[in-house]
Design a protein. Structure first.
Length: 244
């Protein structure tokens, strides 16, 4: 309509350091800059881009915080490209869980939803190396002389080994980040002799299905194991996830 005033929203101009960070990030993630490749030094980056030393440093700082650039020490040192690893997922989840004060019950629910699917994938994709890892952990867990700390570590390691046997990198990263949050030493009675025997028996049944390649049995048995575990600890566990 004639005379109508057209209003435009604010137009955000990208800061120079953000533009450089975005450009380098995409090159690293697309593989145009290979992991381990040395980046140009700050002076060269300034000359190549026409940016100030401050902008170059800020762009590199952003990429270092994202885990895409690291500093290599030594004579041939400098900044090198790297791809993000599973530890980045763990760090982000840690921050989220702590910042949001996520309830312990919510983590239990998440694991109950996730781990049966991982067990099913493990039964489908497991390798001889995966089976060996599970059996090694199970043998040590069955030793009644191991102390509480070692037992808890092995329990978490067994669940992670199931996850790794799925050969799904994204799911492995999530289970690696969340798994240790379940096995908290403040959960009463979790490490009693009776409870150990129950857990070891449940693990054996899941493990047998994985070894046999029985996808549905692995899913069903892991779901039963986690449901029983949740019913056992939900009432006595901490209200929120405990970090020690």
């Amino acid at each position: 309509m004639a005379g109508e005033v057209i209003e435009l929203g604010l137009i955000r101009v990208e800061r120079t350091y953000e533009a450089l960070a975005n450009h380098l990030r995409e090159q690293i993630l697309r593989g145009e800059i290979a992991p381990g490749a040395a980046l140009p030094n700050e002076r060269d980056l300034c000359e190549q881009t026409g940016l100030s030393r401050g902008s170059v440093r800020e762009a590199l700082r952003i990429l270092e915080a994202e885990g895409l650039v690291t500093t290599r020490a030594g004579r041939s040192g400098g900044r090198v490209a790297r791809l993000p690893g599973a530890e980045g997922v763990g760090r982000s989840l840690d921050f989220f869980i702590r910042g949001q004060q996520v309830e312990f019950a919510a983590v239990l629910e998440t694991m109950e939803a996730l781990e049966p699917a991982l067990a099913a994938l493990a039964a489908e994709h497991r390798s001889p190396k995966d089976i060996e890892a599970l059996e090694t952990i199970s043998r040590e867990m069955a030793d009644p002389t191991i102390d509480t700390a070692r037992y808890l570590a092995l329990n978490a390691a067994w669940h992670l080994a199931v996850g790794r046997a799925s050969h799904n990198a994204l799911l492995i990263a999530v289970i690696q980040a969340l798994g240790p949050r379940l096995h908290d030493p403040h959960v009463d009675d979790f490490i009693s002799t009776e409870m150990r025997e129950v857990v070891i028996g449940a693990h054996a049944r899941v493990q047998r299905a994985i070894i046999d390649g029985d996808v549905e049995a692995a899913r069903r048995r892991m779901a039963r194991h986690l449901r029983a575990y949740r019913m056992k600890v939900e009432q006595v566990g901490p209200e929120t996830v405990v970090f020690t």
